[in-house]
Design a protein around this ligand. Structure first.
Ligand code: ADP
Length: 272
């Protein structure tokens, strides 16, 4: 009887081992498929600007360089292609670093109101080209101190502003608002009244390379990585990102941040 019990235990262990191995293999298969898709996407994204640059250079070498006006025009277009390649490679570099957890956050205390203002300044021209107004209410005249990695948070705000302009309607508005939450947090909202997003796509928005309309997005530039970067940065801060959007009405992207804990700071100062 003892032998029979041992055999049953052994069978159970073998079965459990086989189940674990199967799960392991399935996980590896999923990872492998993911890796292949990622590499496929990378080469796809890089090929378009590469072919553009190559095309202009070939045409110049074949004789177009002799005409000064054409030479200038084609070189400018090739330069645009190289700029786009650099932009995509930088985004890929950043997402890779974020995904392997290689990006150390350098948290400091800074004024988020001032950071929004600075970022607005950078996008004023871009917005004006589409007659989009960037609105940040005057109620934000006092500093709101947060504890985060300033450079990365600026990247988050920039990516959200770029999108609100890219997918915004001409003559539309992009508004940034900051609200206090409980637990010493704030929420920063970037709202536009642009084209909006169909509900079915919302769960996939933060995936790498995901775009609702590939042809439209390509025309507008971008790498399909902007929101994936935003999500990584926000989550690296242990904070949350939200999206609310309605097709034809507009979108709102928002994320939370930790405020500087003034009581804790005062206690630390007092004890040191
Ligand atoms: P992309 O480089 O294509 O802009 P993102 O990761 O920044 O890549 O955004 C992914 C997709 O989400 C975009 O292609 C677009 O379809 C959609 N999207 C992002 N922001 C907005 C917005 N404010 N309004 C409408 N659609 C948006």
């Amino acid at each position: 009887r003892e032998i029979a019990t041992d055999m049953r235990t052994l069978t159970r262990q073998v079965e459990q081992f086989a189940r674990n191995k199967k799960i392991e293999i399935e996980t590896l298969k999923v990872r492998e498929a993911y890796r292949k898709e990622f590499l496929g996407n990378i080469s796809h994204e890089l090929k378009t600007p590469l072919f553009t640059v190559q095309g202009y250079i070939d045409t110049l070498i074949e004789g177009a360089h002799k005409d000064k006006a054409i030479r200038k025009k084609y070189l400018a277009r090739a330069q645009k292609g190289v700029e786009r390649l650099t932009y995509i490679v930088n985004d890929m570099d950043m997402i890779t670093k974020l995904e392997i957890g290689d990006m150390n956050l350098e948290k400091t205390d800074f004024d988020i109101v001032e950071l929004v203002r600075q970022t607005f300044d950078q996008f004023e021209m871009k917005a004006a080209k589409k007659s989009i107004s960037l609105v940040f209410d005057m109620v934000y005249s006092k500093p709101i101190m947060v504890h985060a990695d300033q450079e990365r948070i600026q990247q988050v705000i920039s990516n959200l502003l770029v999108n609100s302009i890219k997918y915004g309607k001409p003559n539309g508005t992009t508004e940034v608002a900051i609200e206090d939450l409980i637990n010493n947090k704030i929420i920063l909202r970037v709202t536009d009244n642009g084209e909006g997003i169909d509900k079915t796509y919302i769960p996939r928005l933060f995936e790498r390379f995901f775009r609702v309309d590939r042809t439209g997005s390509r025309r507008e530039g971008g790498s399909g990585l902007g929101l994936a970067i935003v999500k990584h940065i926000v989550e690296a801060h242990q904070e949350r990102i939200y999206v609310d959007s309605e097709l034809g009405i507009g979108s709102e992207f928002s994320f939370t941040l930790e405020k500087v804990n003034s009581i804790k700071k005062a206690k630390e100062a007092a004890s040191s």
